[in-house]
Design a binder for this molecule. Structure first.
Ligand code: NAP
Length: 250
């Protein structure tokens, strides 16, 4: 895959950062797209320091179609047409159902679901031109199980799973695969922030004790599966929900 351009949204932190490292090590010219310009830049410095190719695209809010289209245009100019897209940027949130405001609901769906819609519409034409493409949407295991106090988040991620399946059927004939990884309980800044605010229903360690493999997930667990789905070898896998969750959801 040397030289093929990959875009990773939310690439500045946690799971997205690990995916950027994996894809760049596999030879992809990796566009680290994030709302946070500093963290995107830092990840690019880490990757280029290892001799791989990456460029930072900061201040990109995936819920803003205009910003997404402008960023994809800059990626095309800098690294070439993107043929791999990982929709990883997302926000979480815990609220009792009756306390979910319209603003919280709209913002969660705008980032977690409309974001992938905008990015896909921006890059799929490049993939169709090339007759090849890979899209991986990072959803959540909570969309498989349901999760109390997270109706807005779970609805957005369940929507992303349906979006993945539909796009896979439509784009398969054009050489484009579309899959989703629903992570479960991965040790990232997002998870630790939830722990700090007492929103996990127990500590990370307590959850690890209840997880079949007896540890929290690592960002690289998700990145490894994602890199495989982006590879040539994964060409017969599309429309799939590939759980990476230590056995918490089977
Ligand atoms: P994280 O550490 O918070 O990283 C998320 C990254 O996305 C951050 O760099 C964040 O920037 C960026 N981001 C947030 N809103 C954005 C926006 N509107 N536009 C562009 N970038 C934005 O989270 P993570 O745990 O790695 O999660 C990554 C993905 O996995 C998310 O979609 C999440 O829902 C999903 N997931 C995670 C877990 C888990 O256990 N960690 C479980 C299930 C699903 P800022 O730093 O500026 O906020």
């Amino acid at each position: 895959m040397t030289g093929t351009t990959a875009i990773v949204t939310g690439g500045g932190s946690g799971i997205g950062r690990a995916i950027c490292h994996r894809l760049a090590a596999a030879g992809f010219a990796t566009a680290v797209v994030d709302l946070n310009a500093d963290s995107a830049k830092k990840v690019v410095e880490e990757i280029t320091g290892k001799g791989h190719t990456a460029a930072a695209f900061g201040d990109v809010d995936v819920s803003d179609r205009f910003l997404v289209e402008a960023a994809v245009e800059r990626v095309r100019d800098t690294l070439g047409p993107p043929l791999v897209l990982v929709n990883n940027a997302g926000i979480t949130g815990f609220k009792k159902f009756l306390h979910i405001t319209d603003d919280v609901w709209d913002r969660t769906l705008a980032i977690n679901l409309s974001g992938p819609f905008f990015t896909c519409q921006a890059v799929v034409p490049d993939m169709i031109d090339a007759g090849w493409g890979r899209i991986v949407n990072i959803s959540s295991s909570s969309a498989q199980s349901g999760q109390q106090y997270m109706a807005h988040y779970v609805a957005s991620k369940a929507g992303l799973i349906g979006f993945t399946k539909s796009l896979a059927l439509e784009l398969g004939p054009q050489g484009i695969t579309v899959n989703t990884i629903p992570p479960g309980f991965v040790d990232t800044p997002m998870l630790r922030a939830s722990e700090e605010h007492g929103l996990l229903g127990g500590s990370v360690d307590e959850h690890a004790d209840r997880t079949p493999v007896r540890r929290p997930g690592r960002p690289d667990d998700i990145a490894a599966a994602c890199a495989f789905l982006c590879s040539e070898d994964a060409g017969y896998i599309t429309g799939q929900v590939i759980g990476v969750n230590g056995g918490r959801n089977t």
